[in-house]
Design a binder for this molecule. Sequence first.
Ligand code: SF4
Length: 370
Amino acid sequence: MKENEILKIYGTDYKEMTKRLLMEAELEKRIPGKEARIGIKPNLVSPSEASWGATTHPEIVAGIVEYLQERGFSKLLILEGSWVGDKTSESAEVCGYLDLCSQYGIPFVDTQKDSFHARDCKGLELKLCDQAVDLDFLINVPVLKGHCQTKLTCALKNMKGLIPNQEKRHFHALGLHKPIAHLNAGLHQDFIVVDHICGDLDFEDGGNPVVRNCIMAAADPVLVDAHAADLLYYRPEEIPYIKMAEELGVGSADLSRLQIRLIGEKSTVEDGKRLPESRKVVELKDAVEEVESCSACYGYLIPALAMLKDEGLFEKLHEKISIGQGFRGKEGTLGVGNCTRKFAYSCPGCPPTEQEIYEFLKTYLNGKNA
Ligand code: SF4
């Protein structure tokens, strides 16, 4: 497979599709020897089964593991850390990864519990988990989906699971885009298998899956993300971390160089279909004033607002809802999360869950908090 290629396959037998894709991509030739320590990094953002559109289908990872084990690669591990607010151990169990690891006899590394060290990532010092740094070869397996803060999450942003929780909070304080780009400059991903089976086009933690039944393989994470942006009707330059990563030398966002190679009989027809243009988040975001909020906090607020909208209550909201670390110690009217605890009305929790935020806002809007 060439650096400017993306291979795509469509269908419903995800494990076999993945193995075929890796064979066509000649993944084996890229790995530096049978003794290489190979890490596989899925997206297990929260304890939510893959069919809900947030997490990586375990069948894809099973396909990667079988492909590698059949070719004599034995030093494999799966590593991931859920977002702040959820335990990786719970996500790994609910998403089927503990069963998968025991079936194939490979370890699961919870990066929320891993040791870490600060390292220079091309001019920005970031804390990276030691197990990720120690790998010889990293296979990133992101879900292509929407994100209520960065618009998109795919190969570049998925690497955030390889930093400790304290650094994740720091990322939000740094504005997300710049640290995501630098993280990718400091921690190299060697190969990417994209789960484009049924990602949620609005919410990072799923709930509204849009079925595409596609899996992709690529070597350039910047090119993959530029293509993913295009699929979601964004220009790559609308997602700052893509261009920043390109400028740091992580890869190329030049879509004129992209060559798509379709694998399998059905793929030409399926690849011609466009995704629905979903922008549910845009209207809801207008009700929020966000300064340095963590992914989970913000990621729970937006679906809670969507629930209020479905019930006709969202229109009753006339105040902006403040959220994020930037409101710590400040006063205001309506806030979500412990960072806004000094506000007149504040939903407690760090982060509060989607249901807690929904109940709090519903009570507030119905005047019971007044
Ligand atoms: S309350 Fe503040 S620190 Fe806690 S998750 Fe929300 S934004 Fe982050």
